[in-house]
Design a protein around this ligand. Structure first.
Ligand code: BGC
Length: 386
C-alpha cells in the first residue's frame, strides 16, 4: 500500500490532540543529544530493527518509520530479521557498532535483547521499543504502541457481535446463546500477546462463568492456546486438531473463534474451510476475529468470509516513533500519555498509546478506504499495490 505520508501526518496531529496527559520520561537517553549533531542533520543516524518481512504490517511499519526519519533529514539503517532472534541481536549489535544516535526496535522475543540494550546504554544510545515492549531491561527509554489491552477487549466484543450476542454499539441484543467458541493467543515471547489475551478474557471470562459462552475443547489457559512466533501454519494445525478432537463424530457445533491476529485468522479459516465449513459466514462458517487489517483479510471480510479485524493505523505509530526519536535527538524526553501500564519487569516504561478501531464489512469503506489506508481496488483484489 501507499505510505500515505500526508494523511499519516494529519492523522498524527489528531492523535496528538487525543493525548491524555503529557508527562516527561525519566531523562533516560539524554545522552543521545550529546551524540546527535543537531536538528534535522544528516549526521544523525537511526537504527530501525523490525522483526520480519513475511508479514505485511511490519513491512509497512519499517517503510513508514524510514520515510518519516528521512523527512527529518536523518540517515536510516532499516533491518528486518526474518523472525530469527540471533539475526535480530546481530543486526542491533551492528547498529550500535556503526554508531547510530537512536535505536527503534520491534523485538521478536521481548526478553532476548538485554545485552544489546546494555551496550546501547553504554554508548548513550536511547532505545525506543516499537509496538512490542522489550522486557527485563533498565535500558528501554520509551515505548510507542497501541492500547494492547483495548485490542483484546475489542476482539472479544467483535466476536460476540459476530455471534449475535452484542449489537454494533456493544450492547446486548437479547440473544442468549449458548455459543461454542475456541480461543487462540499470540506468541508467548511477545509481551503484547498477554495483553491481547487478558483484554479478551476480561470480556469473555464472565460469559464463560455464566454459561453464555462455552469452550468445548476446555483449552482456556494462555499456555494451551498460544501460537509460537505467530505462525499461520501452527494456528491452522491446532485448529485442524481441535476440529478432529472436539467437533467430529458428535453434535457439537463451533460458532466462533477468537483469533488475535489476521495472520492466524487466515490459518484458522483455512482449517475451517478444509473441514467443509462455509465458505462464507452466510453459509455457516464460524465467526473469526482478527487484528491488523491486513489487505488479504480485508478482502476476506469484504467477501463475507472473515467476520472482523482490529485496525491499528501503523502510519500513526510510525509518526509517534519518529517524533520520539526526534525528541531524543534534540535532547528532550518524548511526550508520553501512559506512565503506569507497561512494567517491563525492571521498570515502568513511559509510553505513548494509540487508539484502535474495530472493522466489520460495513466499516471497510469509511475507515480504510476514505482514510487512504487502502484503495477500493486493493480491497477488491486483496493485494496491496506497490
Ligand atoms: C503486533 C500485532 C501483530 C503480531 C504478529 C504483535 O506484536 O502488535 O499487530 O499482529 O505482533 O506480527
Amino acid at each position: 500500500m501507499r505510505l500515505g505520508k500526508k494523511t499519516g501526518m494529519v492523522a498524527a496531529g489528531a492523535a496528538l490532540a487525543l493525548t491524555l496527559t503529557a508527562c516527561g520520561g525519566e531523562g533516560a537517553g539524554s545522552g543521545g543529544s550529546d551524540d546527535a549533531a543537531g536538528n534535522g542533520d544528516e549526521d544523525v543516524k537511526v537504527g530501525v530493527a523490525m522483526p520480519t518481512q513475511t508479514y505485511e504490517r511490519w513491512i509497512q511499519d519499517g517503510g513508514n518509520v524510514e520515510a518519516g526519519l528521512e523527512d527529518l533529514g536523518y540517515t536510516v539503517d532499516l533491518q528486518f530479521a526474518n523472525d530469527d532472534i540471533p539475526t535480530q541481536t546481530q543486526q542491533i549489535d551492528s547498529m550500535i557498532t556503526e554508531g547510530v544516535d537512536v535505536l527503534i526496535i520491534a523485538s521478536i522475543d521481548g526478553t532476548a535483547l538485554t545485552s544489546q540494550l546494555e551496550a546501547a546504554a553504554a554508548a548513550n544510545i536511547p532505545v525506543i521499543a516499537y509496538d512490542r515492549l522489550i522486557r527485563d531491561s533498565e535500558n528501554v527509554d520509551f515505548y510507542t504502541t497501541f492500547d494492547n489491552f483495548a485490542v483484546g477487549v475489542a476482539q472479544a466484543n467483535a466476536l460476540l457481535r459476530g455471534l449475535g450476542y452484542l449489537d454494533e454499539n456493544d450492547e446486548e441484543t437479547g440473544e442468549e446463546g449458548p455459543y461454542n467458541i475456541e480461543l487462540f493467543a499470540g506468541s508467548p515471547d511477545d509481551n503484547n500477546s498477554h495483553f491481547f489475551f487478558d483484554g479478551a478474557m476480561s470480556v469473555l471470562q464472565p460469559l464463560m462463568d455464566d454459561g453464555t459462552v462455552t469452550v468445548p475443547s476446555k483449552q482456556t489457559d494462555f499456555d494451551q492456546v498460544s501460537t509460537q512466533r505467530w505462525e499461520l501454519e501452527t494456528a491452522q494445525s491446532r485448529m485442524e486438531d481441535l476440529l478432529t478432537s472436539t467437533y467430529t463424530g458428535n453434535d457439537t457445533k463451533l460458532d466462533g473463534v477468537l483469533a488475535p491476529a489476521d495472520v492466524l485468522s487466515r490459518g484458522i479459516i483455512n482449517a475451517l474451510k478444509g473441514a467443509g465449513m462455509g465458505p462464507t459466514l452466510d453459509d455457516g462458517l464460524p465467526v473469526v476475529t482478527g487484528q491488523d487489517a491486513e489487505i488479504a483479510n480485508i478482502a476476506l471480510i469484504d467477501q463475507g468470509v472473515q467476520s472482523s479485524t482490529i485496525f491499528k493505523d501503523t502510519r500513526l505509530l510510525a509518526d509517534q516513533a519518529v517524533a520520539a526519536a526526534q525528541s531524543f535527538v534534540e535532547g528532550e524526553d518524548p511526550e508520553a500519555n501512559d506512565t503506569e501500564t507497561y512494567d517491563n519487569g525492571v521498570k515502568v516504561v513511559p509510553s505513548y498509546l494509540l487508539e484502535v478501531e474495530t472493522v466489520f464489512k460495513d466499516d471497510i469503506e469509511p475507515v480504510l478506504v476514505d482514510s487512504g489506508y487502502y484503495t477500493a481496488d486493493e480491497v477488491a483484489s486483496g493485494q496491496a499495490a506497490e
